[in-house]
Design a binder for this molecule. Structure first.
Ligand SMILES: NC(=O)c1ccc[n+]([C@@H]2O[C@H](COP(=O)([O-])OP(=O)(O)OC[C@H]3O[C@@H](n4cnc5c(N)ncnc54)[C@H](OP(=O)(O)O)[C@@H]3O)[C@@H](O)[C@H]2O)c1
Length: 291
């Protein structure tokens, strides 16, 4: 059984590739770059070159695949790119497509509109499909705070008092890898929303990080315009600001990222990772050594 993983050099695709490879699954790890494809090739993983912006490049990789993990970057073309992949998967009669979605209620914003195009295509495709939908992940939210924490023991945002069921990347990736190795019908047409164990405000997340790091971290809540100006000053391109950062803080502030459930526990048989556990496991990345 070969699993095609799109976005295999990205955050989710790389983790799903690693987890599948650890289980001995044959993986076709997709990238647009021949150099990166070569670097991905190891053990049961074969790097393959294709581009979701070039439908003709997909035939050769789809011919070798039975299943697909579908992930593409948060981008204004996400819908079009993923529809291209879904059409190719249907044409090549793949047996299961697991699409990465999300558990934050984006309520018709740009990101949600793009994901809905992809989900509609799955429903119409005739292919067996499953959505794996992590809450907003700790890696995206908290690695983005590394500089502020290292330099001033502070993190910044515009999440207000919104509660967030933030989840570890690995927990979402483990569920995706599990679904890809299950009988396709087992999770057919399910939306597996994967959350952390608790819904915390950003200030409470800072308190949990403090306990995990053994060092006081505070959260500075900002007005969205001031936060945006700070991000631009720190080099975030204006064109990426809304889709990559602000639209997520807006949803967190509105309470639309507060879902907490036990799906991870029921699929994987163990509790989801807490912010404190995650902080302990990533202390070194934030400049805290163990001695
Ligand atoms: N971050 C979160 O908190 C969170 C939570 C839940 C869901 N999500 C969802 O996660 C998804 C983003 O995943 P990610 O963060 O893993 O993405 P990512 O790190 O941005 O990586 C995606 C990869 O896609 C490849 N790519 C870019 N353009 C491409 C194209 N035209 N054709 C084929 N491949 C292309 C790139 O690899 P190459 O350059 O090597 O080709 C890139 O490494 C979005 O759907 C988002 O809604 C995110």
């Amino acid at each position: 059984m070969a699993v095609l993983v799109t976005g295999a050099t990205g955050m989710f695709g790389a983790r799903v590739t690693e987890i599948l490879a650890r289980s001995g699954v044959e993986v076709l790890a997709m990238t647009r770059s021949p150099d990166r494809a070569e670097k991905l090739t190891r053990g049961t993983v074969t790097g393959v070159v294709a581009d979701l912006d070039d439908p003709s490049s997909l035939s050769a990789v789809m011919e070798r695949a039975e299943r697909m993990f579908l992930v593409s970057p948060m981008h204004a073309d996400l819908g079009r790119r993923e529809v291209t992949a879904i059409k190719a998967a249907a044409a090549h009669r793949l047996t299961h497509v697991v699409k990465l979605y999300g558990a934050v209620r984006h309520e018709g914003d740009q990101l949600d509109t793009q994901h809905q195009l992809s989900i509609d295509a799955l429903r119409e495709s005739g292919v067996t499909w499953t959505l794996v939908s992590p809450q907003t992940v700790m890696e995206t939210n908290l690695f983005g705070q590394i500089e502020g924490i290292r330099q001033a023991r502070r993190m910044y945002g515009s999440a207000g008092d919104g509660r967030i069921g933030m989840v570890a990347l690995d927990d979402g990736a483990e569920v995706a890898a599990h679904a890809l190795q299950s009988e396709p019908k087992a999770w057919s047409e399910r939306n597996l929303e994967i959350t952390g164990p608790a819904a915390l405000t950003y200030a409470e997340i800072a308190a949990e990080l403090s306990k995990g790091f053994g060092c006081e971290i505070s959260y500075v809540d900002m007005l969205e315009d001031d936060f945006a100006a700070m991000l631009i000053e720190n080099g975030v391109p204006a064109v990426d600001l809304d889709l990559l950062i602000l639209c997520h803080f807006r949803q967190m502030r509105a309470g639309n990222a507060s879902l907490v459930n036990d799906t991870f526990q029921s699929v994987m048989g163990r509790p989801a990772t807490s912010v404190r556990e995650w902080a302990k496991a990533h202390r070194d990345k934030f400049g805290f050594s163990d001695d």
